[in-house]
Design a protein around this ligand. Sequence first.
Ligand code: DGY
Length: 319
Amino acid sequence: MKVFISGNIAPIGLKQLEENNIEVTQWKENRQITSEELIEACQNQDGLISVGPNKINADFLNACKHLKVIALHSVGFDQVDVKEANKLDIAIGNTPGVLSGATADTAFLLMLAVSRKAFYLHKKILKGEWKNYEPTPELGIELNGKTLGIFGMGKIGLEMAKKCIGAYQMPVIYHNRSNNEEAEKAIGAKYVSFEELLAQSDVLSIHTALTDETKDKFNLDVFKQMKREAIFINTARGGIHNEHDLTEALEQGIIWGAGLDVTNPEPMSADNPLLNMENVAVLPHIGSATQETRNAMAEIIVKNILAGIKGEPLPHQVN
Ligand code: DGY
């Protein structure tokens, strides 16, 4: 059986594929594979391990309808036309559960970095601009007791909330399509309307999937309903905020700061104005990038591939 991998996965995954006699071909170039190259590479393959934002759309799926299984190197599957995959009977697998802690850590890191302007001040040192000790340099804000708003209270949102309660005793409010009773019981999170979430959050952290409903959800109108001291954090998908509007909201002081692990587009270009703002911290989509999490993801991916190739239900199947 043959599998194409469109990037790197943790070595443990490669080893397990080899142990199961799977013949692997891997994309080795230091750039994202194009759609045409991906279609070409998947001919004569039984499965695909899709690493990165490859568009698994109708065109791709129809050009590769011989594939038995596509194992995503992500929990998110917004890049997949699930309906088309269903029609063509191609199993799609993802990696839920194992990356909640690491992704919540990234959200927490960004929150703290923004609150103390850490990335901006680090850049000043690199530029040789640390000249003396200043009692009132660019001042940060404290997080203790501030209200955390979670948009999308699932596993990752709950992990983020637990960290914020543990570190800063932050009361937690959240907005979802439906109540998350587990979060309400476990940490006393309070369900609020979207408008209340915007009005009351000091830190608003996004932990929802990118869907037609959430695309561009955080736009200028929405930022205007947030507190002027609010910090906006997005570790979910860049398409959930409108980057132009976010830039304007920050430039005009409509909100205080932003921490992004996801941008739109990705990669963000080096001359993006957000990168020079004092109250902004940006990371290159590293939410789940720890050794432990990437190993766990690779192991799930292999399980998904092996099941899919045998025509069995995947342990983590999205369709
Ligand atoms: C995920 O698992 O969805 C991460 O964001 C990587 O894409």
